[in-house]
Design a protein around this ligand. Structure first.
Ligand SMILES: Cc1cc2nc3c(=O)[nH]c(=O)nc-3n(C[C@H](O)[C@H](O)[C@H](O)COP(=O)(O)OP(=O)(O)OC[C@H]3O[C@@H](n4cnc5c(N)ncnc54)[C@H](O)[C@@H]3O)c2cc1C
Length: 444
């Protein structure tokens, strides 16, 4: 058990003090959009995010398909808006421990607010981060670089406040001595806040499929095999990288391969479904790479290209016209050469299905999505149903996809199933409208 877990066990339970109309769990684009819609309608919203900042995965992306708009330019104003809206109370770095339905339109929730060991006086100046001597892998950059034990999650984090990762802190006291406003406080304690809410909206999104499980692809073993999320981080115009270099030697790659359906449509890995966004985010990254590295070849290995949305087919044709190569065939295995290049073995379907191989110097695995739905476990007395793959089950897929198996509990975004950002925002809007209708129907 880590230091932090031991501290969290001693959380101080507070008496129930406040009530809200809606508890929104998850501060990605789905949770932010639904919270803003509800707050604009006059409902009091409590938004709980488990990470130290809101933003979800969208904040981490470079640009978005098919418009190639800058992802953080769209997401940062929403992140700021949820923290400033008078009808939204935001708890980041917090976990919902329990939700119990007391009666029709009356839920009690217990929320663990973790200590950041930095008081609200923090100005986000980053001095503590500079002097902290401890470096650990940075979660927001998927291991591509490190962060300190005293750190600000990222430049435009909301809230932009430091926190101290006690599991890695060596208690040297440098941060405490350096903080210009004396905000570091190692004596902060966790608290459990009890609230009453009339409705709940689940927006806990997705996780990336653990592609280490597909050992044939060598992720985690071969340095120049990376995931598409790592590639999106490398391409993000908002830095810290804004450059694509081979992890093994820091050289610009000259031949980049994308392996679609890595961990999706794969029964052997118990993830038989299509992750819906991988074709298009790979086509997006291929276009961005051809701009960033004009001399590099980009090849996409695919089973089928699913370009079903508005403007997607044109976007796919545009990538082809720019020179991206598309090879129909599932990659069976990746091997590493002596100079850290990669050999891809694949079934070349358009040439009689023969087994072929090709050499590339950087491989991007277009990894599928898995549900982030452990939240079902916090419901006591009632069962929040999931389907056999773990996605939250809609009460009725056809006529009411945002209602769940518990009356008064709604869901939106990728926790219901893989989807892109426009569909996520649409679903969040639909869920907000359904919550509002429900609250108006059940009254005060
Ligand atoms: C590599 C890659 C590239 C992509 N590129 C594009 C693109 O160009 N265009 C596009 O349209 N889509 C793209 N997508 C898809 C896009 O990321 C999703 O559509 C979008 O992020 C879904 O938002 P969400 O809010 O449902 O989930 P998320 O972004 O996953 O947000 C969920 C939030 O809930 C929080 N949370 C989870 N569990 C809990 C809990 N128990 N308590 C409290 N909070 C919790 C998480 O920390 C997170 O902040 C891409 C996906 C990937 C993997």
């Amino acid at each position: 058990m880590g230091v932090m877990d031991q501290i969290l066990e001693k959380a101080v339970e507070e008496e129930e003090a406040v009530s809200y109309d809606v508890l929104v769990v998850g501060g990605g684009i789905a949770g932010e959009s639904a919270s803003l819609d509800l707050a604009d309608m006059g409902f009091k919203v409590l938004l709980v995010e488990k990470e130290p900042s809101v933003g979800g995965k969208m904040y981490l992306l470079s640009k978005v398909f098919p418009t190639l708009d800058c992802a953080s330019c769209i997401s940062t104003p929403r992140m700021a808006a949820v923290s400033h809206h008078p009808n939204i109370i935001l708890h980041t770095y917090s976990e919902v421990l329990e939700i119990r339905k007391l009666s029709e339109s009356d839920f009690q929730a217990r929320i663990l607010v973790k200590p950041r060991f930095v008081e609200d006086d923090c100005t986000g100046c980053g001095q503590c981060e500079k002097v902290c001597p401890v470096v650990v892998p940075k979660e927001y950059d998927f291991g591509l670089r490190g962060r300190k034990a005293a750190y600000i999650p990222f430049d435009t984090a909301v809230p932009k406040k430091a926190l101290i990762d006690l599991d890695h802190c060596i208690f040297c006291g440098q941060c405490e001595r350096t903080c210009p406003v004396g905000a570091v406080n190692f004596l902060q304690v966790p608290k459990v806040v009890k609230v009453r809410v009339r409705a709940v909206l689940i927006a806990t999104g997705y996780e990336l499929f653990s592609i280490e499980r597909k050992t044939e692809y060598g992720y985690g073993k071969f340095k120049n095999v990376i995931t598409a999320m790592q590639m999106d981080r490398l391409l993000a115009p908002t830095r810290p990288f804004n450059a694509v270099l081979r992890p093994s030697d820091g050289k610009e790659p000259s031949s980049i391969a994308f392996v679609l359906c890595s961990g999706s449509r794969d029964r052997t890995l118990n993830n038989p479904i299509c992750s819906q966004v991988c074709c298009m985010y790979s086509v997006k990254q291929a276009q961005l790479l051809m701009g960033a590295l004009p001399l590099a070849d980009v090849t996409i290995y695919y089973m089928d290209i699913r370009a079903f949305g508005k403007g997607f087919e044109e976007f796919y044709q545009q990538a082809k016209a720019m020179g991206a190569m598309f090879v129909k065939g599932r990659v069976a295995k990746i091997e590493e050469t002596e100079n850290d290049d990669l050999v891809l073995w694949y079934e070349d379907i358009e040439n009689g299905g023969r087994i072929s191989k090709a050499v590339h110097d950087l491989v991007v695995l277009s990894v599928g999505l898995k549900p982030n739905s452990e939240i079902v476990e916090v419901f006591k007395g009632e069962v929040l149903e999931r389907d056999e793959l773990g996605w939250i089950r809609s009460r009725d897929e056809n006529v009411n996809p945002v209602e769940t198996s518990i009356k008064g509990v709604f869901a939106a975004g990728c926790v219901l199933g893989p989807k892109d950002i426009p569909d996520t925002v649409l679903e969040a809007g639909a869920a907000a409208a359904q919550v509002a209708a429900y609250l108006n129907e059940v009254g005060v």
